[in-house]
Design a protein around this ligand. Structure first.
Ligand SMILES: Nc1ncnc2c1ncn2[C@@H]1O[C@H](COP(=O)(O)OP(=O)(O)OP(=O)(O)O)[C@@H](O)[C@H]1O
Ligand SMILES: [Mg+2]
Length: 314
């Protein structure tokens, strides 16, 4: 049984006196299995937060189904096993993060000693140890984001849903959050998070879904969405002009850098031939870099395929 499942989800927002309609979701379906780190990717306005709010039972779909932990979205028993970080978490200004975690722990029905133990550990884990006793109105954006993550984890939930968990974090904070997410998977938890930071998805996700303009473009393991084909190979090498002449016969012209010469060829076979000539000419290979399609390429391609002006507003 999937831990999280959306089926043919549609959401149309109707705004104002003129009843302007925005089709935020146009029939989105995917499943997340137990123990996965699942990335929900898409550009701004794609429908990520709308999907997550439906999953949390905060808004209702126009049609379609959302289920998590074996129950319909919004079910109380399921919510008890769920941790959620909203996109723009808002916390009461005068609370400290310790008080926040205590309050959320109480909502989850945890006893006082468990709350104390768990919140002290989490505050350290998210890097707020130095600020545990400060009111959160003095927190920076990154600190608020860390507090938000801690409150999502206080009840040691089975399923963690994070809307843009890396937003507002510096590179160290992003690495810390990545480590926390990987730690959750190690303990058998399921993590579903939205992002448009592609490098974070590449480093973390077992599978991703790409949503553009309210439509699902692709679902699968990242490796399968990326074309494994090599687009080009760069060879950085050092050697004399005579060798360079023979290499250029294969690779066209080369570029020179302070470290050596860079030749660029179309595939690995051609790269091997270049390497052989460099070595035969008593040159030295410094670096061979095969270029493959990145997640960024897929993303841009999918967004373009969705067509310009297909933002969903009418
Ligand atoms: N309450 C609302 N009323 C009207 N339109 C809305 C509402 N909430 C969202 N939308 C529209 O639905 C679409 C999807 O918005 P959503 O917040 O789900 O995008 P997102 O993928 O989370 O984007 P981002 O990366 O910017 O967070 C957008 O066109 C947005 O304007
Ligand atoms: Mg969003």
């Amino acid at each position: 049984m999937p831990v999280l499942e959306v089926d043919a989800l549609r959401k149309t927002f109707v705004r104002g006196l003129l009843r302007r309609r925005t089709e935020a979701l146009r029939g989105v379906s995917f499943r997340v299995e137990q123990g996965e780190i699942f990335g929900f990717l898409g550009p701004n306005g794609a429908g990520k937060t709308t999907t997550i709010k439906i999953l949390m039972g905060l808004i209702f779909p126009t049609s379609g189904k959302a289920r998590l932990l074996g129950a319909d979205a919004g079910n109380r028993d399921a919510k008890a096993k769920l941790g959620y970080l909203p996109e723009n978490p808002y916390f009461y200004d005068y609370l400290t993060v310790t008080e926040l975690l205590d309050m959320v722990g109480r909502l989850h029905g945890m006893d006082a000693s468990a709350r104390r133990r768990r919140s002290a550990a989490l505050i350290e884990e998210v890097g707020l140890g130095h600020a545990a006793k400060r009111p959160m109105r003095s927190f920076s954006k990154g600190m608020l984001q860390r507090a938000g993550l801690a409150q999502a984890l206080i009840s040691d939930p089975e399923l963690v849903v994070l809307d843009e968990p890396m937003s507002g974090l510096d590179p160290i904070g992003r690495k810390e959050v990545r480590d926390i997410i990987l730690g959750l998977r190690e303990r058998g938890k399921t993590v579903f998070f939205s992002t448009h930071i592609l490098s974070d998805a590449t480093l973390l996700c077992d599978r991703v879904a790409i949503v553009v303009g309210g439509e699902l473009r692709d679902t699968g393991p990242l490796g399968a969405l990326l074309d494994p084909k090599v687009d080009a190979v760069e060879i950085l090498w050092a050697g004399d002009d005579a060798t360079a002449e023979r290499v250029d016969e294969l690779a066209g012209t080369h570029a020179r850098t302070s470290e050596g010469r860079i030749s660029r060829v179309a595939d690995l076979d051609a790269a091997n031939a270049v390497v052989a000539r460099v070595v035969a000419g008593s040159g030295r290979i410094l670096h061979v870099i095969p270029h493959r399609q990145s997640l960024e390429d897929v993303f841009v391609h999918e967004a373009k395929a969705a067509g310009a002006g297909r933002g969903g507003d009418a």
